[in-house]
Write a protein that binds this ligand. Structure first.
Ligand SMILES: *Cc1c(COP(=O)(O)O)cnc(C)c1O
Length: 376
């Protein structure tokens, strides 16, 4: 049996919506983009939502609109997708990494004070794998020190923390719609905020620095082309309507994996921090670090696509090591987790039969590795 790692769920609604756009004359900056933004803002319970062409573009604009620049420092974590630190480098500011805690894989609030200097201007906490980090504690710290907070919520749309929707804690939040995310537009992203001035800035910066009320060729500041097309927005609108349903489907699949795997001593199933829900970007188990790469190899040999996430951590990516002098051992929790995580096949429509095959294969592999060790 072959089981793929992830798979988008596209229905006739998306196909018809794209076709309808293509039958009009307005293929960019039209009503469908507005409708997508409105629907997203409503689902995410924020005042404004501004669509952009990727999560990375959204993070860049969030950093730029915050006025973060050369000489400033921004605190973030190394256990993330590389874009959450790169966006700081785009504006020539310096990422200052803080280690994660094991329960949510989010930033460890206890370590925030140690990262603070008189150059600190912002924090980019990441909501990893589908659940919130301890964003309430991050906000206490940020408010005390007047820091700008950008939530990287790319992996966690609709994640809540103590009853509040993520995206409503920081000054802005960013979402990504690559095909492996909970909802997809192929490529695409969204920035949300409750601050009207920031929302205006995002609209201007994504559109070549135009003012919304100025002439087409009047650019009052440096901007970018980070717009999305109406076709992309049409897919996004339909996917946003379905997002709560997608997440309940993922919850059921995760429950079934938990049921199949939680009796295996050598496997740690995903944890949900008290006060959090889980919106299941991926289903991530942890195995003993010495056997992780062998487990991955054997799963893939059985036709089961699986991956190590996030490995290596951002600070151990080649250009971070060579240009910024980061070394192994600097962020021990992030490094440990990145050596233990196995991402299993996981998507809205994965069948019970596929999940049973994955779980049985994983158990078989773990047992054979254990027996081999005992014999040695
Ligand atoms: C997916 C993701 C992004 C954005 O990725 P894009 O491919 O640019 O849409 C940013 N941060 C994290 C943590 C992500 O998982």
């Amino acid at each position: 049996m072959k089981v793929r790692l992830s798979k988008p769920q596209i229905g006739p609604e998306e196909i018809e919506a794209v076709t309808r756009v293509l039958q009009t004359d307005q293929l960019s900056l039209g009503p469908v983009t507005k409708a997508f933004e409105n629907e997203f803002a409503e689902k995410l319970q924020t005042r404004f939502a501004i669509a952009v062409n990727s999560g990375t573009s959204g993070l860049h604009l969030a950093v730029r609109a915050a006025g973060i620049k050369e000489g400033n420092e921004v605190i973030t974590t190394p256990f993330s997708f590389v874009a959450s630190a790169n966006c700081i480098l785009f504006e020539k500011a310096t990422p200052v990494f803080v280690d994660i805690e094991e329960d949510s894989f989010g930033i460890d609030p206890e370590l925030l004070d140690s990262a603070l200097t008189d150059r600190s201007r912002g924090v980019i906490p990441v909501h990893v794998f589908g659940q919130a980090c301890q964003i309430d504690s991050v906000m206490d710290f940020a408010n005390r020190h007047d820091l700008h907070v950008i939530e990287d919520a790319c992996e966690s749309p609709l994640a809540m923390r103590n009853g509040t929707m993520t995206g409503n804690f920081g000054h802005s939040a960013v979402y990504g719609f690559y095909p492996n995310k909970q909802m997809t537009t192929g490529e695409g992203g969204m920035i949300t905020t409750n601050d009207e001035k920031l929302a205006d800035q995002f609209r201007s910066l994504r559109n070549q620095g135009r003012a919304t009320d100025l002439q087409w060729l009047s650019h009052y500041q440096l901007g970018y082309n980070y717009r999305i097309s109406e076709m992309t927005a049409a897919v996004g609108l339909e996917q946003t309507k379905k997002l709560p349903g997608f997440i309940s489907a993922r919850q059921k699949k995760a429950d079934f994996y938990n049921y199949l795997l939680s009796d295996v001593e050598e496997i740690k199933v995903p944890n949900t921090l008290p006060g959090n829900n889980h919106t299941w970007f991926v289903y991530a188990v942890r195995v003993e670090s010495g056997s992780r790469d062998t487990v991955l190899k054997m799963l893939n040999e059985k036709g089961i696509q699986s991956k190590a996430y996030f490995s290596p951590c951002i600070h151990l990516q080649e250009f971070y090591k060579t240009q910024y002098g980061y070394r192994e051992g600097m962020f021990p929790v992030a490094e440990k987790i990145s050596k233990e995580v196995v991402i299993l096949p996981f998507f809205n429509q994965i069948s019970e039969e596929q999940m049973e095959y994955v779980a049985a294969s994983l158990k078989e592999i773990i047992t054979s590795l254990k027996n081999a060790r005992v014999q040695r």
